[in-house]
Design a protein around this ligand. Sequence first.
Ligand SMILES: C[S@@+](CC[C@H](N)C(=O)[O-])C[C@H]1O[C@@H](n2cnc3c(N)ncnc32)[C@H](O)[C@@H]1O
Length: 258
Amino acid sequence: MNKPNYYDNIAQIYDQTRWLTESVAEEVADFIIALTRATPATSFLEPGVGTGLNVLPFVKRGYAVTGIDVSQEMLDQFRQKLNPTPENLKLIHGDASQLPFLDNSFDVVLTIHMLHTVSDWRAFLDDIDRVLKPGGFYLNCQWITPPARRDFEGYFREILSKYQGLKPETKPVNSTIEEIDIEGYLTQKGYVSNYLVAKKWTVSNTVEELLTVFKLRAYGLCWRVSEEIYHQLMNDFEEFCINHYGSLNVILSSEAKF
Ligand SMILES: C[S@@+](CC[C@H](N)C(=O)[O-])C[C@H]1O[C@@H](n2cnc3c(N)ncnc32)[C@H](O)[C@@H]1O
């Protein structure tokens, strides 16, 4: 558990890479509370809780929330948002593939953009099934990058691919996500499964803001070349952005869903 992971490296800037704002998270929490008919006694678990973007509203409203994450740095970022850590929040540094909880422990389990990170998602879902109380809710959300950001990343990838010393392409995250058939898994187990949209909103960023996140090497693909090459690459990418978008102050907007 002492080995630093990718999320340890980017924990301080992780929130900048996301598009879930605090107010949207509050509205999503309203939706989940209504959906699960939560009472003050309802307990929530988020494996891969990260910096707490999703569960912070539940903690603030007094619900019992447990978060588990393999990255100590991500958990530290969460703790800093609520110093001191309130009694209704329990944060555990550990591997969520083996949930350290008794059977039937939680009313609601949430996984947000983390299923693709566990080595065996079926075994992981079996374990979630085990710790959920009978009649409990399992909610999963997988982020899809908003289109304007996806295009921006596509331009970055094109420039990245021109640089020598490139490590072989690892399996794209999206193909890993597509292989996860939660609906099939739940149906096979005899559960009811629904696809629901809790909230739609517009994500807007200037080109400069997105560029800054790439300059900070916030994504896995930014680590495929050395520091020196990355510096040259970012100069090229900035020049490309000025030519392509006309200015770094241009605002890029697209729809996001939770
Ligand atoms: C993309 S982040 C998502 C964080 C948070 N759920 C969110 O929506 O902002 C994935 C998180 O899962 C954590 N993670 C990945 N594999 C894990 C594992 N096996 N056990 C616990 N946490 C894990 C990472 O450390 C990271 O904090």
